[in-house]
Design a protein around this ligand. Structure first.
Ligand SMILES: Nc1ncnc2c1ncn2[C@@H]1O[C@H](COP(=O)(O)OP(=O)(O)OP(=O)(O)O)[C@@H](O)[C@H]1O
Ligand SMILES: [Mg+2]
Length: 392
């Protein structure tokens, strides 16, 4: 069918034509944020899940809903190697400016910006990447402690107090939060804890890989009481069908039952894969209804595409030993697997493989769902490894 009209959106953070299966979570997030904005208690929300399950899309959607409810949002993605202060300062600056629209609020704006200027000059000592032009001097009354722990808490208190005065909330939307190092994560959690104790309306909605809850627990033991963790998984059968069917229905096209079942079997309901299969099948099919045969052709093409891109970019960053470790995991199936079992497949001792496992965790390819267990962060990576490496 006409590729120009192809409705599917395979990509990173690309809004899907139909956001299937997430209504309950969107409802909960909306209630939590509106509670915080109105001065009631609400926990910050953390979305965790494997690669491509739809965390970024959800985060963006919750953010749009928050903005529609007149909440001030700050969007941050954490890249490798950047400090938390350098990531926070530009967004907080525009949040403060938004907070203080209108003449009556000019004084509040000045206080907020002075506090931010004080934070920048305090953090510059340690974090050389902090940069922002504020056109304002830090006043002596708003001096900020130079440790990130204290400094960030003080800044959040000042900015939070201003948000409260304006009867709104500031919500930080942080994507890829697992990339933050433990100390900076601990400072962020502590600052959020301080403002929550004072009932100040600053909170966070974050997304990251499945190791985030344990990273946060290690950074601060009280993290699990401060945050509400939601595991984002694959779509269930009905939601997966909805994700495929609704976008084409609008264009007068339908699927046969067999075609849908073929796609669901191969994608296992993972959001990104559903978009990939959808895109291929639309281009392959010549007319409605889309048939099982079309779906089988789409499976071959989608796998060729994924093997050359989505999976391949991850494979290419690996050393030969890291590849062997992942191949051994794949031998055991989709996982999770006990470290001892993986070592047995490779005929090595668990301790000997410790460093490789750590490297793969820090590259974000595997994680530890529970003590001594290892699992892939990328869905269907086990079958890819088997296709790539017949032997190991
Ligand atoms: N609920 C959904 N229904 C249908 N498609 C979805 C849904 N959520 C996400 N998608 C699609 O899945 C793909 C991946 O989404 P997204 O980038 O948000 O995943 P992610 O979990 O953030 O991945 P990563 O961990 O790699 O950052 C996108 O193409 C998006 O359009
Ligand atoms: Mg993402």
């Amino acid at each position: 069918m006409d590729p120009f009209l192809n409705p599917y959106a395979p990509g990173a953070g690309a809004p899907p034509p139909e956001l299937a299966g997430r209504d309950e979570l969107l409802g909960k997030a909306s209630i939590a944020l509106r509670r915080i904005a109105s001065g009631r208690f609400g926990r910050s929300i953390i979305l965790t899940g494997l690669r491509g399950v739809g965390k970024t899309v959800l985060l963006n959607r919750i953010r749009q809903d928050a903005e529609a409810a007149k909440i001030i949002t700050v969007r941050i993605e954490v890249p490798e190697g950047r400090s938390l202060p350098s990531l926070l300062v530009p967004g907080l600056k525009s949040a403060i400016l938004k907070l203080h629209r209108g003449k009556a609020a000019a004084n509040l704006a000045l206080r907020g910006l002075q506090a931010l200027a004080a934070f920048v000059s305090a953090m510059k000592v340690k974090y050389s990447d902090v940069e922002v032009s504020l056109d304002i001097e830090a006043s002596s009354s708003s001096s900020i402690t130079t440790t990130l722990d204290e400094g960030l808490s003080e800044l959040f208190q000042i900015v939070g107090a201003a948000a409260k005065e304006k009867e709104t909330a500031i919500v930080l939307f942080i994507d890829e939060i697992h990339v933050l190092d433990e100390k900076q994560l601990a400072s962020l959690i502590m600052a959020l804890h301080v403002v929550s104790q004072d009932s100040l309306p600053i909170t966070m909605v974050a997304a990251g890989l499945p190791q985030v809850p344990s990273q946060m627990g290690e950074a601060k033991t009280y993290a699990e009481r401060l945050f509400e963790f939601h595991h984002i998984g694959k779509l269930d059968h009905d939601a997966a069908i909805q994700a495929l069917v609704v976008p084409v229905e609008k264009l007068g096209v339908r699927y046969t039952k067999g075609a849908l079942e073929e796609i669901i079997e191969h994608t296992a309901g993972y959001a990104y894969f559903l978009q990939e299969w959808g895109k291929h099948i639309w281009d392959i099919a010549e007319a409605s209804p889309i048939t099982t045969e079309n779906a089988k052709d789409a499976t071959s093409e989608a796998l060729i595409d994924l093997d050359a891109s989505f999976f391949r970019v991850r494979f290419d960053q690996l050393t030969p030993m890291q590849k062997r470790y992942l191949r051994a995991m794949a031998e055991l199936g989709s996982g999770p697997h006990a470290s001892g079992q993986i070592a047995a497949v490779l005929n090595k001792r668990v301790t000997h493989l410790g460093p490789v496992r750590e490297q793969l965790i820090s590259k974000g390819l595997i994680y530890s769902p529970s003590h001594g267990e290892t699992a892939f962060t990328v869905p269907l990576f086990d079958s890819f490894m088997k296709r790539m490496m017949k032997e190991f």
